[in-house]
Design a protein around this ligand. Structure first.
Ligand code: A2P
Length: 255
């Protein structure tokens, strides 16, 4: 079987059911920022593997993942107990559509996520190539409650506080978080905020337009479909890795 074991370097718990962890990256493991890979743990008869977006940018020495704990989930109910120095299976091939190459050139890049769908964007907003290709990157994250936004906040804080990143990002990164069940500064579904224009008003930006803007979507199936509908009304064309377009989407994976 095409897999190998990697060592867990650290585990961070974000809420009762959200955690992230870092593992060693084999020297020959190549990936594009925004891609996912199968990872897992040994099972009774065969390994239990699931698709996980890689949160690390492609230049990183480590591989970081962000996971929800699914009650009775075959993998996450075990994965939630991992600790430093434990071993995790990492398959050798990464793939996915949320990559810069799947989009035509543009000026602004919008990254819309819900829940663990933020993971591929944690990779892309830490990749210098994103800032070479776009004048502005606007990343949004929507969750039910405020504490579920802690991980994305910490990644963006890392971007804004690290000297090397500051130089690369050069004020191009905008972050917008909304909650839907607990009151916060920005309350409501991002889809509703796009429709009623409060998203543009809050950020003081022009509405999205396929002539200059590119979009990536990562969340639940319903979220992806609803946002796709909005983009199609705006006349955006969907892209793929073999046919770049104006937007791409991928379902957030749940272990
Ligand atoms: P809501 O609380 O209004 O359902 P979930 O935890 O169900 O995966 O959802 C994560 C976040 O995504 C929640 O804030 C949820 O809002 C939001 N969401 C779920 N479905 C959609 C959708 N179809 N369009 C926009 N936002 C959605």
């Amino acid at each position: 079987m095409n897999n190998n074991f990697q060592k867990v370097l650290s585990v961070s718990k974000w809420t009762e059911n959200l955690f992230s962890f870092k593992i060693t990256r084999p020297k020959d493991f190549k990936f594009k920022s925004g891609e996912f890979v199968m990872i897992g743990l040994p099972g009774e008869t065969k390994p239990i593997l699931r698709a996980y977006s890689i949160c690390s940018p492609n230049w990183s020495d480590e591989l970081e993942f962000y996971s929800i704990i699914v009650e009775n989930g075959p993998l996450t109910s075990k994965l939630k107990n991992i600790k430093k120095n434990d071993k995790i299976i990492l398959m050798t091939k990464s793939t996915g559509t949320l990559i810069l190459d799947a989009l035509l050139p543009g000026k602004r890049l919008f990254l819309f996520s819900t829940g663990t769908g933020f993971a591929p964007f944690a990779s892309l907003i830490r990749d210098p190539e994103s800032y070479e290709k776009y004048e502005n990157i606007i990343v949004t994250h929507t969750c039910r409650n405020i504490n579920e936004l802690n991980y994305s906040r910490s990644i963006v804080n890392e971007c804004n506080s690290n000297e090397m990143f500051q130089e690369i990002i050069d004020g191009k990164l905008t972050f917008y978080q909304t909650t839907t069940r607990e009151k916060s500064d920005f309350f409501g579904r991002i889809t509703d905020k796009l429709i009623d224009h409060s998203f543009y008003e809050d950020l003081k930006i022009m509405p999205i337009n396929p002539d200059q803007d590119r979009v990536m979507i990562c969340g639940s199936l319903e979220f992806n479909n609803d946002l796709k509908k909005i983009l199609i009304e705006y006349k955006f064309n969907e892209g793929a890795t073999n046919k770049p377009g104006e937007f791409v989407l991928e379902k957030a994976f749940v272990g």
